[in-house]
Design a binder for this molecule. Structure first.
Ligand SMILES: [Zn+2]
Length: 113
């Protein structure tokens, strides 16, 4: 079970609580979700990743997409699929042509015998 860290409003508040921020900052990427993080020392001396440039412990947001969520509902696509309709029509035409050719060849084979 993940330990939950107290979320601070700002870094000054974290400093007061005993957190330490390396200078220069130690940037990295989360090994789990690949998000950019910043390593800081917890009051207990542990290395804890923060969401880079924030005072939010990354464990709290890890794995959650940082991008804006897509609007609700399915994306509005074109009402009909003209490409699919054209393809179906072309295939029907093609099938008829193949059938005609097959008939012709069969007739030719029959007469040449
Ligand atoms: Zn992560």
């Amino acid at each position: 079970m993940l330990k939950s860290y107290k979320q601070h409003a700002n870094r000054a508040s974290m400093l007061k609580a005993g957190w330490a921020f390396p200078d220069p900052p130690e940037f990295g990427e989360c090994r789990t979700c690949g998000q950019p993080v910043e390593w800081v020392r917890s009051p207990k001396g542990k290395n804890i990743p923060l969401d880079r440039g924030t005072c939010h412990v990354h464990f709290e947001s890890c794995g959650k997409p940082s991008t804006t969520p897509s609007p609700a509902g399915p994306p509005a696509g074109p009402p009909a699929a003209p490409a699919a309709q054209q393809l179906a029509a072309a295939l029907t035409e093609n099938t008829a042509a193949v059938k005609a050719l097959t008939d012709l060849l069969q007739r030719r084979a029959a007469t040449s015998r």
